[in-house]
Design a protein around this ligand. Structure first.
Ligand SMILES: *Cc1c(COP(=O)(O)O)cnc(C)c1O
Length: 486
């Protein structure tokens, strides 16, 4: 399987999986996609039903990274997807299962369920892909005798998922910038309590945008970047997207009767921000998984909902991006959206370039009434939005009706899923975080503390290891150079 950029208009040589694994954007500014999606026929799909999660991951990944020997891939998948890594199960969940499906009940003639993706070390779905990435990076770097210094900025979820995936890994260091005093006590403690010598938390005296600006400035200094072997693990990383494809298969099998079930269509609802999670669902569907609808759920930052309803894509400026109680979806420009647009445009790189240049120049584009937009339905996409009041009402309703406490992002998903139910077609909502991470809103909705998994009771009391730095590019560079010794 070979890969090309969504903006490749010059007939470049396609690259192997290993070549794009450690990179971010393609040099032309596009995103990598396989030359074609591997198709799974009914017989192969049926044979995958009985696989463990790790072996299912191996089967899916093998279709996309055929330059990694099958035995190595199996070993990496089996080391990643274990009950020990995904151990933060909730009451009623089977502790041996990875990504357990929890059936809530029948609503409007169909089965509603939650796919539990947040049982990993940081209690959010990003662990599902990031843990694999940590093992893949370590494996690939060792093969080439290389090392990698990961630089990132975080306002919470992504940074901690990256740190927990890379901690203790040979040849890898993480330098993670976060805004000092701006994250929740839980999120801060989760990151800063890591004592691993290869993890460096830099508490920047500024806001999240300052952190991101510093990362951009450092990355734009190509000489420094090369000398310090700087890389990233942001949400456009192809391996992250492909690792997320796996749980659509898992959720599909579980919702249609498990190992002995029959194939029939299922819909998925995905709380969306950077469009990475739902992009994986799109890829699973292109591979032939019988997905009826892919429901994109947004919060008040509804750029994607506007597009899927009207054809108008209008990115917002940072100042227009609202801070909501589902903060991991507070995105005004979804970094993976271009991957879907490339497919919608019939994989025409020239037109993809034109549209995304219009995004840079004019802040968006309008496909309303076009032949392209009329094809949206063929891809199964629909959408909806949810507000703070919707989240509170949904958290209360799911608690009262089913005795299950859901987090704010999952609540956005459930609210929007309920608007898209169709009789007889099971609806699976991806559960993207545990409520313990968003205690303030849970208290507002339920007037009590969210449940915390075992081992997290005293998180905020653990000793913390971090370095406070001013919002200054030169100081951050000096810190990195001093700690890489390069
Ligand atoms: C990252 C995140 C999302 C958004 O996922 P995307 O892949 O960026 O669309 C939703 N919910 C939670 C809890 C997250 O951490």
């Amino acid at each position: 399987m070979k890969y090309l950029s969504t903006r490749d208009t010059s007939g470049s040589e396609p690259l192997s999986f290993s070549r794009i694994l450690l990179g971010g954007l393609a040099p032309d500014g596009g995103l990598y996609l396989p030359l074609e999606y591997p198709r799974i026929d009914a017989a192969e799909l049926a044979s995958w039903r009985r696989l463990s999660y790790a072996d299912l991951a191996c089967a899916v990944l093998a279709k996309f990274c055929d330059d990694i020997p099958a035995d190595d891939l199996r070993r990496l998948a089996r080391r990643t997807y274990t009950p020990e890594v995904y151990c933060n199960v909730r009451a009623g969940e089977d502790p041996r299962e990875i990504a357990p499906l929890r059936v809530l009940g029948d609503e409007r003639g169909t089965q509603m369920s939650l796919l539990g993706l947040s049982n990993g070390p940081t209690l959010a779905f990003k662990d599902m892909a990031m843990q694999l990435l940590g093992n893949l990076f370590e494996y690939t770097l060792a093969q080439h005798g290389q090392s990698l210094n990961i630089l990132g900025a975080t306002s919470g979820d992504t940074g901690s998922a990256a740190e927990y995936a890379m901690r203790g890994k040979q040849g890898i260091r993480v330098f993670m910038l976060s805004p000092a005093g701006k994250m929740s006590a839980f999120q801060t403690a989760q990151m800063y309590s890591l004592q691993d010598p290869n993890i460096f938390n830099l508490a920047v005296q500024g806001v999240f945008d300052d952190c991101q600006d510093i990362v951009k400035a450092v990355s734009n200094d190509l000489a420094f970047k090369a000398q310090q072997q700087i890389g990233t693990v942001n949400s456009i990383n192809w391996a992250r997207v492909v690792a997320q494809v796996v749980y659509y298969f898992k959720g599909y099998f579980a919702a249609t009767g498990g190992a002995s079930g029959q194939d029939r269509p299922v819909s998925f609802t995905v709380p969306s921000g950077n469009f990475g999670n739902v992009c994986a669902g799109h890829i699973a569907r292109m591979m032939g998984l019988p997905i009826h609808r892919l429901v994109v759920a947004t919060n008040e930052n509804d750029v994607l909902d506007e597009f899927f309803r009207t054809g108008r894509y209008r990115v917002r400026k940072s100042a227009e991006t609202l801070h909501t109680s589902s903060p991991s979806m507070d995105i005004s420009k979804a970094s993976n959206f271009e991957r879907f647009m490339f497919d919608l445009l019939g994989r025409d790189a020239r037109r993809t370039v034109d549209l995304f240049q219009a995004v840079e120049a004019d802040g968006g584009f309008d496909l309303a009434g076009s032949a392209d937009f009329s094809r949206i339905a063929e891809f199964g996409f629909v959408s909806g939005r949810s507000t703070h009041d919707d989240r509170l009402a949904t958290i209360r309703d799911i608690d009262q009706r089913y005795g299950v406490v859901i987090d704010t992002h999952t609540a956005d998903g459930v609210k929007v899923a309920r608007e898209q139910l169709e009789p007889g077609i099971p609806m699976v909502v991806l559960e993207t975080a545990q409520p313990a991470k968003f205690a303030e809103t849970i208290r507002e909705a339920l007037h009590r503390e969210p449940p915390r998994p075992a081992g997290f009771e005293h998180l905020e009391a653990l000793p913390q290891r971090f370095e406070t730095v001013p919002a200054d590019v030169a100081r951050v560079k000096a810190f990195i150079a001093a700690h890489t010794g390069l």
